[in-house]
Write a protein that binds this ligand. Structure first.
Ligand SMILES: *[C@@H]1O[C@H](CO)[C@@H](O)[C@H](O)[C@H]1NC(C)=O
Ligand SMILES: *[C@@H]1O[C@H](CO)[C@@H](O)[C@H](O)[C@H]1NC(C)=O
Ligand SMILES: *[C@@H]1O[C@H](CO)[C@@H](O)[C@H](O)[C@H]1NC(C)=O
Ligand SMILES: *[C@@H]1O[C@H](CO)[C@@H](O)[C@H](O)[C@H]1NC(C)=O
Ligand SMILES: *[C@@H]1O[C@H](CO)[C@@H](O)[C@H](O)[C@H]1NC(C)=O
Ligand SMILES: *[C@@H]1O[C@H](CO)[C@@H](O)[C@H](O)[C@H]1NC(C)=O
Length: 564
């Protein structure tokens, strides 16, 4: 019954030429249009911004070497943000954390996310931003301007935001640093914890959907916040002594109501999407909740499942087995996607747990870390394997509502989207896959050959050399001040795209530039494998993307544009 109504709703979406204002199942819309981001090509393509507002020692151990902490060679190294602030004291901890919030993720990161064709950031946020008690060591409230800044940048670079309540009072996952406190979970031992969590959630929603904020930001680019009620709650059926289902159900239903009561819906826009994490239960187990239980009263929701290869049941697979396992998730996601928007909110290329245990990460060089991601007998083998693991995940997760990689940034390359791009395990243009996909095959990458992948650079892609001609369907953004205007043959604009003063666009066709570029300083993120050479010219700035229609960076100097 539910599946049928989704099909009908989707058909209505696709046929509609007027804005869809409300529905049970509105997913994101792309900037400048009301098209649901639900169909092929408009999947969620995201990264997590973990270790920003909740520290995770293994992702950036050097921060835990901060003066005043036990140091790096000590068995009593601190694990979590709780101990971090407890030892440093509130004054010093606030100083260290403000420096971290200002530097861990910057505008340049958002710019590159857009550059890589991403359309979503998931931002883990903790309850203690708004609700601490005197006996908790956490810093409160000071995060707010940095979170605001993150939303502003998301808006500038055309990224949708998933606000993810990642840490609850008392901890919702046993011995997990991502809850802030590495300890036995006790969220469920006191119903006051629910009240505190809801108090914090309501304040988040108040702050980040308020008029004066949205009025400015959303006028530029349609920008959608969704709210994930709780990350990875461990419930009784997952592990004994954990949250009883009824307790979690009570929390979730009240949290849903809290979002609806506190959100400020901009005129003409739909209510924000509410997300539940699957609590490590089979997705089908949630059908009852959403069709017959409390969730049947909800509108506009989705489900988040986390698919990792570093832990059971995938931990002991060989390389071939990892790819097959990733391919094999497609059917499960497709089945769930028929009745609920289902995205993979966390994934990585980690196939072992090395450097997930924080003590292993200290003092390692990037060479050490690369040695530890080696999954074959040669560089070519392991680069090949990680690219294949990426491509199989990417294809499979597109059978659901898309992917969100954990994490954008981490010292270990297999846990870092930006480093994986540098290694070319993940292509700069997500459509630039090396192997054809056949969902009917157990090993879903066709013509896979361990030897036929081009060699991989270990450094960032070089600027386009003078003389480069560009592929079909790409576009150039050039700086008309330093580029001869005579060379500009056409200017294109599109939904949500504004052209900054002094910049013009040049669409390209037929695999060749219709303009010859003259100048120095031509830069681009285009992979050299798809670029051929032929330039002459001076002073242009080029940026390329095939994802321009899902991206609009209205306020920045840099824009991604499209050709018709
Ligand atoms: C390790 O840290 C603890 C707690 O700060 C301290 O008491 C101990 O002396 C340290 N041990 C060494 C060998 O540094
Ligand atoms: C974010 O943008 C809003 C709207 O322009 C502005 O009021 C606010 O000061 C900005 N916040 C930050 C931290 O830049
Ligand atoms: C935390 O939430 C509880 C329950 O709503 C409330 O009584 C308390 O005042 C809140 N604390 C803070 C610091 O706002
Ligand atoms: C990872 O690297 C460390 C440091 O180079 C090394 O001691 C360890 O044996 C490696 N582990 C694996 C699983 O390769
Ligand atoms: C794999 O690619 C290499 C290099 O292109 C080629 O020599 C080899 O024959 C290919 N192997 C298979 C099984 O296609
Ligand atoms: C264009 O180039 C000029 C001269 O190099 C420079 O001053 C200006 O900042 C550039 N404009 C943009 C939007 O990058």
């Amino acid at each position: 019954m539910f599946g049928q109504s989704l099909v009908t709703t989707l058909a209505a979406f696709m046929a509609a030429t007027t804005p869809i204002l409300a529905s049970n199942l509105v997913w994101y819309t792309e900037p400048g249009s009301n098209k649901p981001a639900f169909t092929d090509g408009d999947k969620v393509r995201g990264v997590n911004l973990g270790n920003w507002f909740i520290l995770e020692n293994w992702m950036e151990p050097s921060l835990f070497g901060t003066a005043g902490l036990p140091g790096t060679d000590n068995d009593t190294q601190v694990m979590d943000e709780w101990s971090f602030c407890e030892i440093l004291g509130k004054t010093r901890c606030a100083e260290v954390l403000e420096e971290h919030w200002a530097t861990w993720i910057t505008e340049d990161d958002f710019k590159r996310m857009a550059d890589y064709g991403l359309n979503t950031v998931r931002i883990p946020i903790p309850y203690w931003v708004y609700n601490v008690t005197d006996d908790e060591p956490y810093i409160t409230q000071k995060q707010i301007p940095y979170i605001q800044q993150a939303l502003n940048w998301s808006s500038m670079y055309g990224l949708d935001v998933m606000m993810d309540l990642h840490a609850l009072p008392g901890s919702q996952s046993s011995y997990q640093v991502h809850t802030g406190h590495y300890t036995q979970e006790s969220f469920h031992t006191d119903s006051a914890n629910i009240d505190r969590a809801l108090d914090a959630l309501g304040k988040f929603v108040d702050e980040f959907t308020k008029d004066e904020y949205e009025g400015v930001v959303k006028a530029q680019v349609l920008y959608y916040c969704s709210w994930e009620l709780v990350n990875e709650p461990w419930i009784e059926s997952y592990q004994a002594n954990n949250i009883p289902w009824d307790f979690l159900a009570d929390f979730m239903d009240r949290a849903y109501t809290t979002v609806r009561e506190h959100e400020n819906v901009i005129a003409g826009k739909t209510v924000s999407m509410v997300i539940v994490h699957d609590a490590f239960q089979a997705l089908d187990n949630w059908k009852y909740w959403f069709t017959e239980s409390k969730g049947s009263q909800w509108v506009n929701y989705g489900i988040d499942t986390h698919l990792y290869h570093a832990w059971s049941p995938n931990a002991d697979l060989d390389n071939y087995g990892h790819v097959v396992a990733a391919c094999g998730t497609a059917d499960m996601l497709a089945a769930a996607q028929e009745w609920i928007p289902t995205f993979v909110g966390e994934q990585s290329l980690g196939v072992g747990t090395f450097c997930v245990d924080y003590k292993e990460c200290f003092d390692l060089t990037s060479q050490d870390l690369m040695a530890n991601v080696s999954a074959g007998s040669s560089d070519a083998d392991y680069n090949n394997f990680y690219r294949a693991l990426w491509e199989s995940q990417y294809h499979a997760y597109n059978h659901g509502a898309g992917f969100i990689f954990w994490n954008w940034k981490a010292i270990s390359p297999v846990w870092s989207y930006e480093q994986s791009v540098t290694q070319r395990w993940i292509p700069t243009d997500l459509d630039d896959t090396l192997w054809a996909y056949d969902s009917s095959q157990e090993f879903c990458l066709q013509n896979y050959n361990w030897s036929n992948v081009p060699s991989y650079p270990t450094v960032a892609v070089s600027p386009i050399p003078l003389g480069t001609s560009l592929p079909t369907g790409k576009a150039l953004l050039i700086n008309a001040t330093s580029f001869p205007t005579a060379a500009i043959t056409a200017v294109s604009t599109g939904p949500g795209i504004a052209i900054p003063t002094g910049m013009s666009t040049v669409p390209l066709s037929g695999g060749k530039s219709t303009t010859s570029m003259t100048g120095t300083g031509v830069t681009s993120n285009i992979p050299s494998s798809t670029a051929t050479t032929s330039t002459s010219g001076a002073g242009a700035v080029a940026r390329l993307s095939s994802h321009a229609l899902t991206i609009a960076a209205c306020l920045g100097f840099f824009m991604v544009l499209h050709s018709s």
